[in-house]
Design a protein around this ligand. Structure first.
Ligand SMILES: C[S@@+](CC[C@H](N)C(=O)[O-])C[C@H]1O[C@@H](n2cnc3c(N)ncnc32)[C@H](O)[C@@H]1O
Length: 216
């Protein structure tokens, strides 16, 4: 880690009692509650500085791992992760033994993924296409009873666009489409900008959904 990053971290450390995460207090508590329930494996898309990864690893039962995927590289104007910061913060506030960072884009990492998971936290690129691809490509790995958490997915028409407090169009549209079209998922709770679903059955191969070119 370079000196500048070190100074930024030390400055943040003085002001923060936990790793920086783009999550509300209630969302942090929710993340902890669901992390405690994981038995098979947890997967996170979108690490940033390791704030959410710290919480998840802190509460995961022992012996259970979090795979945390982020390209950790600048991608146009979009906010991007920092592996040095994430490692530092997970060491300090989470449990570094329970995490495997994957430096890649979620849509590439999924091509070689084979393991079942029972916790999937989607908080990567927030465009509709990327959120939809994350849901469609990763949710088949969720076992029955597994949890799907989608951040920034409660945008309402009344939100002030400048704050984005409750979410963005992409993840919000994906959540609405899951509620409408994916009977294998039930909504367990919706808190601030987070929606939590549980997979209650596996999807039958012949199950058809709305116009798949337009929606999920
Ligand atoms: C909103 S931030 C994640 C915040 C983090 N979960 C937290 O609460 O502390 C979004 C992250 O997604 C990452 N990202 C963007 N596109 C991605 C992709 N296709 N796959 C995985 N991560 C991606 C960015 O690099 C950025 O770090």
């Amino acid at each position: 880690m370079n000196l500048r990053a070190q100074l930024v971290i030390e400055d943040l450390q003085g002001r923060l009692k936990s790793a920086p995460a783009l999550l509300s207090k209630k969302e942090k508590a929710l993340l902890g509650r669901y992390s405690k329930k994981v038995k098979v494996g947890a997967l996170e898309i979108g690490v940033l500085y390791g704030g959410s990864s710290s919480i998840i690893t802190k509460f995961l039962p022992s012996g259970v791992m979090l795979t945390a995927i982020d390209p950790f590289t600048a991608n146009g104007k979009y906010i991007h992760g920092d592996l040095g910061c994430a490692t530092y913060f997970v060491e300090k506030y989470g449990d570094i033994k329970k995490i495997k960072f994957v430096k890649d884009y979620s849509y590439r990492a999924v091509k070689s993924w084979k393991k079942p998971i029972d916790f999937l936290f989607i908080d990567g690129h927030h465009s509709y296409q990327a959120s939809k691809d994350d849901f469609c490509s990763w949710s088949p790995f969720l076992v029955q009873g597994g949890f799907l958490l989608i951040h920034d997915s409660n945008k309402s028409y009344f939100d002030n666009d400048l704050t984005n407090l409750n979410g963005f169009d992409g993840p919000t549209r994906v959540c609405n489409e899951i509620k409408e079209r994916r009977s294998e998922f039930v909504l367990l709770e919706s808190l601030d900008s987070m929606n939590v679903f549980q997979k209650i059955k596996n999807r039958a191969n012949n199950e058809k959904y709305g116009n798949r070119k337009k929606g999920i």
